[in-house]
Design a protein. Structure first.
Length: 122
């Protein structure tokens, strides 16, 4: 079973996004129903909530892009190793083909020198 890695930056970004949207929603509802009679600094709460939400989205996007970059690097490494495997396979194939030719020559010489037997062993 694969272990899950806890990524605190992602958790913090989701907390920021959730809290920002929640504060923004509560402020809008409170203002709409007349529950909030606000001094000037309270009018900036939506801006702070929006900023926290944007910060969370930015962190989340950065982490996602970093993960994509890491995946791309892993794929490039695997591609290089695959090219090495293809080269090694070609080398092995040419070696086996050379051995097959040598075995065929030896087999031909053995059966040329034995007059009564054919290649089937009879």
């Amino acid at each position: 079973m694969k272990k899950r890695v806890i990524n605190f930056a992602i958790i913090i970004s989701w907390i920021l996004i959730t809290l920002g949207l929640l504060v923004l929603f509560i402020f809008i509802m409170g203002k709409s129903f007349g529950l909030i009679h606000s001094p000037v600094w309270v009018d900036y709460i939506p801006h702070m909530a929006g900023g926290a939400t944007l910060l969370g989205i930015a962190i989340q996007t950065g982490k996602t892009l970093q993960q994509l970059k890491d995946i791309n690097a892993d794929v490039n490494k695997m591609d290089k190793k695959l090219n090495e495997v293809v080269k090694d396979t070609a080398t092995i194939k040419s070696t086996v083909d050379a051995h097959d030719k040598q075995i065929q020559k030896i087999d031909d010489r053995v059966y040329e020198n034995s007059p009564k037997k054919d290649r089937s062993g009879r």
